[in-house]
Write a protein that binds this ligand. Structure first.
Ligand SMILES: NC(=O)c1ccc[n+]([C@@H]2O[C@H](COP(=O)([O-])OP(=O)(O)OC[C@H]3O[C@@H](n4cnc5c(N)ncnc54)[C@H](OP(=O)(O)O)[C@@H]3O)[C@@H](O)[C@H]2O)c1
Length: 312
C-alpha cells in the first residue's frame, strides 16, 4: 500500500514512518505546511508536498494524519472525500458529532478509517483483558509527563491540547477495552493552566454499575510516569509500561490474595505496537472491511462527558 503522511512532526518521524516501512508498505509523499525543497531525512526519493497535494496524488492509497488534534477531523473528511483510506492519530475527534460525520463519510466513500490507538494492537492489553481475574472491581491508571513549552501542541487550548485529550484518552480507552462498554458514571476534577487554559492535572473516575470503578490521573506537568493496575475478585495484574511500550514487556499477575512479591511475570515476545497497528489497518483496508467507529465514538463520548463534569 502507498501511504501519504500529513504533518511531519515527532510521532510521524519517530514511530509511524518507520512502522509503515517495517510493515512492508511504501511512503509515497509527505505533506507539510512548509514543504521543503530538499530530500526528507531518512526517506530517500520521497517527495514533500502541501497537504492538499497529498490528497490529490493518485498514487496514494492511504493517508496517515499526524496533525494537532483540532485538525484531525477536518483533514480526515477531506481525505475520505478524496477516496483515500485514513489512519488518524488519537484523539480522533473532539466531539461525538465529528465521529458521526467521519463514519458517514467513510461509508459514503467506501474507504476504511481507523483511529491510531496503537495500544489495542499490543498483546499486553489482550492478555490483561483475558486473564482470569474474576469480576473486575478496581482499575488504577496513571499517565504523566512534564512539558512546559507554551508552543507545544499539548499546551495550546486552541489546537485541542490539554492532559485529558492528549493522554486521558488512553485511560478512557482502557476502561472501555476492559469493561466492554461505556461507563455508566463519570467524574473529573481538573486544574487549568492560568495562562494557557489547558488542563494540566486531571483526576478522573469512571464507574460501571455500583461496584466497578476506574480511577485515573493524567498530567502534563508532573514527573513522567505510566502504569495500569487491575483488581478483580480473584486476582490482580499490572502493566509497567502500558502506553509507550518498549519491544519487551511483561505482565505481572497475582492470584488469590498474593502480595506484590508473589506476582508472576509473563514475559511477552518482542513486538512493535505501531508496526502491528499499520499491518492491521492496511489489511482491513485492503480486504474492504467496512469502517466501524463505535469504539472511537464511545471514547469521544466519555471524554466529552468527563469534560462537562469538570466544567471544561
Ligand atoms: N499514538 C501515539 O503514540 C502518539 C504519540 C504522540 C502524539 N500522538 C498524536 O499525534 C499528533 C501529533 O503529535 P506530535 O507529538 O507528533 O506533534 P508535533 O511534533 O507538534 O507535530 C505536529 C505536526 O502537525 C503539523 N501542524 C499543522 N498545523 C499545526 C499547528 N497549527 N501547530 C503545530 N503543528 C501543526 C506540523 O507539521 P508540518 O509543519 O510538517 O505541517 C507539526 O509538525 C497528535 O494528535 C498527538 O495526540 C500520538
Amino acid at each position: 500500500m502507498k501511504f501519504g503522511i500529513l504533518g511531519w512532526g515527532k510521532i510521524a518521524r519517530t514511530q509511524l514512518a518507520p512502522a509503515i516501512l517495517e510493515a512492508g508498505h511504501e511512503i509515497a509523499v509527505v505533506g507539510s505546511r512548509e514543504p521543503g525543497a530538499e530530500q526528507i531525512p531518512g526517506l530517500p526519493g520521497v517527495r514533500w508536498r502541501s497537504y492538499e497535494a497529498v490528497l490529490a496524488d493518485s498514487e496514494v492509497d492511504a493517508v496517515y494524519i499526524a496533525l494537532p488534534n483540532h485538525l484531525h477531523v477536518p483533514w480526515t473528511l477531506r481525505a475520505l472525500e478524496a477516496r483515500k483510506h485514513v489512519l488518524c492519530e488519537k484523539p480522533m475527534a473532539l466531539t461525538v458529532a465529528e465521529v458521526d460525520a467521519v463514519q458517514a463519510a467513510a461509508e459514503q466513500s467506501q474507504r476504511h478509517m481507523q483511529e491510531a490507538f496503537m495500544v489495542r494492537h499490543h498483546p499486553q492489553w489482550h492478555m490483561l483483558r483475558d486473564l482470569p481475574l474474576g469480576a473486575l472491581r478496581s482499575v488504577q491508571i496513571g499517565f504523566s509527563y512534564d512539558n512546559r513549552d507554551p508552543a507545544n501542541i499539548r499546551n495550546r487550548a486552541d489546537l485541542g491540547g490539554g492532559a485529558l485529550w492528549d493522554i486521558g484518552c488512553y485511560a478512557v480507552f482502557a476502561g472501555i477495552w476492559l469493561f466492554g462498554r461505556e461507563p455508566d458514571h463519570v467524574r473529573l476534577r481538573a486544574t487549568n493552566h492560568a495562562q494557557w487554559g489547558t488542563d494540566v492535572h486531571a483526576h478522573g473516575e469512571l464507574g460501571w454499575g455500583g461496584d466497578a470503578c476506574l480511577q485515573f490521573y493524567v498530567s502534563t506537568q508532573s514527573a513522567a510516569h505510566q502504569g495500569v493496575r487491575v483488581l478483580g475478585e480473584r486476582g490482580w495484574a499490572e502493566l509497567a509500561v502500558p502506553f509507550n511500550a518498549p519491544a519487551r514487556v511483561s505482565v505481572r499477575q497475582c492470584m488469590d490474595g498474593g502480595t506484590s512479591d508473589k506476582a508472576t511475570a509473563h514475559e511477552l515476545a518482542p513486538v512493535n505496537q505501531y508496526v502491528e497497528m499499520v499491518r492491521a489497518f492496511a489489511s482491513t483496508a485492503q480486504e474492504g472491511t467496512a469502517t466501524d467507529l463505535s469504539e472511537s465514538r464511545a471514547v469521544a463520548q466519555t471524554l466529552v462527558r468527563l469534560r462537562h463534569s469538570a466544567g471544561l
